[in-house]
Design a binder for this molecule. Structure first.
Ligand code: HEC
Length: 211
């Protein structure tokens, strides 16, 4: 009986030690990430179509270097300058923080956003750990872009393609609830109709993959 109790206490002791070690490793890792230089908050984000349009997505630069960002976006390859902000849809954004912020994600900070007519809420932000509104991890998809593309996927940079067409992205951008409502084109209206089932399909696939 005594021996059994001793074993139980030793076991509990081991669990406590392990928990402490994991806790410490976790906090060291968190501290390793430098504080982001660009202080992004909800007010940083706005109606997506008010940003600068390059090809099928939107860009900005929080360091005042919009020209540098537009150059790389238009070239379709290369490393984006710090301060760059990229958005394809209202609910997701990537911001290039200072060198050393997060070497694993090329210093990109990912944002999952919630938007309505009153503005933007930041749902989550960070590096490798951020998931989008469907619970899918930003970095897991974007890390497949080849090195010269700086984690930007577009359609042919090495990421697995999304089942969303360019007209669908256009329609999503032009129904951003933060923008002044606009008259939708026939193409946008048609794309929006097709969008619902496609989003359901992505959700179901994501749920199946988690099992
Ligand atoms: C299921 C995979 C997947 C997930 C999850 C994902 N993305 Fe993407 N993302 C893509 C693909 C593929 C494209 C390119 C789409 C296109 O151009 O047709 C893209 C495009 C983008 C773009 C436009 C620039 C580019 O890379 O082409 C931004 C910005 C972006 N995503 C940010 C995010 C953020 C932030 C998250 C998380 C909150 C996220 N994405 C989650 C796959 C994903």
């Amino acid at each position: 009986m005594g021996q059994k109790l001793t074993r139980i206490f030793v076991h509990i002791g081991k669990v406590i030690c392990l928990t402490l070690v994991l806790y410490c490793v976790g906090s060291v890792r968190a501290e390793e990430r430098a504080a982001p230089k660009y202080k992004v908050d909800a007010s940083t984000f706005r109606c997506i179509t008010k940003m600068t349009s390059v090809k099928h997505f939107f860009v900005d630069n929080l360091a005042g270097n919009l020209a540098g960002t537009v150059d790389v976006a238009q070239a379709g390859k290369g490393q984006f300058p710090e301060g760059t902000m990229l958005q394809l849809i209202p609910n997701e954004a990537m911001v290039k923080q200072q060198k050393g912020y997060s070497p694993g994600t090329n210093d990109w900070e990912f944002f999952a956003l919630d938007t309505d007519k009153n503005g933007t809420k930041i749902v989550s932000r960070g590096a490798e750990e951020v998931n989008n509104f469907l619970g899918l991890n930003c970095f897991e998809c974007h890390k497949a872009a080849r090195a010269e593309f700086d984690l930007v996927c577009e359609q042919d940079h090495g990421c697995a393609p999304l089942p969303l067409t360019r007209p669908m992205f256009h329609a999503i951008q032009h129904t951003d609830p933060r923008c002044t409502p606009e008259q939708l084109s026939e193409e946008d209206t048609a794309a929006l109709k097709e969008l619902g089932p496609v989003i359901e399909q992505i959700k179901n696939e994501a749920a199946a993959n988690k099992k």
